[in-house]
Design a protein around this ligand. Sequence first.
Ligand SMILES: C[S@@+](CC[C@H](N)C(=O)[O-])C[C@H]1O[C@@H](n2cnc3c(N)ncnc32)[C@H](O)[C@@H]1O
Length: 184
Amino acid sequence: MHYQQIIIIFMLVVIVGVALWQLMMIVTSLFGLYLMSTNRGAIRAILSNIDIRKGQIFLDLGCGNAQNLIVASKQFGLQGIGIEIFFVQYLVAKLNVWLSGESKNIRIYLGDFRNFSELIKKADIIYLYQRQVLLEKIESELFCQAKKGSEIVCLSSYFVDHRPAKSFRVRNVYTDASVRVYKV
Ligand SMILES: C[S@@+](CC[C@H](N)C(=O)[O-])C[C@H]1O[C@@H](n2cnc3c(N)ncnc32)[C@H](O)[C@@H]1O
């Protein structure tokens, strides 16, 4: 095959890949899902700024590609639990955890996190990067279920009936985003 044909095929593959990803974002957003990720630098900054102890349970409600859990486990010695409703993201999360070699320390569950109260009750740190409207819907139930002394950490969105114990900003993707830490 000619060298120019290889470049054209490569570019087509990249363009189709990006288009499919964008399409998936649009389709999932029609179902109320929001597929942005916390980048590694941001989750590192967040975990460095909150009270954590090795071995504690870090629960990511809507864990996406599981990168937060991998950073939490590898760099902070936390046990990770992720719950993801979107099957493609669930598979990506399982694959990423396996590739990271952290399978012993991280569990990923498929489903709506509102049906996993037993896991919420066990968690020491609950992380949410979700739409504002979803946070407002789950606020009272989540605070009832979370164990006393645990922390709920929200990126960008916030709870309306609780005051954060701490707030700070991190750089996520290309913008500054606020982080709010609530003590239960
Ligand atoms: C903005 S992404 C955040 C992903 C990851 N937590 C992060 O910070 O990189 C939100 C994720 O939550 C998932 N999600 C939304 N609602 C959910 C629900 N009720 N139960 C479980 N996962 C949910 C979405 O499919 C999406 O992967």
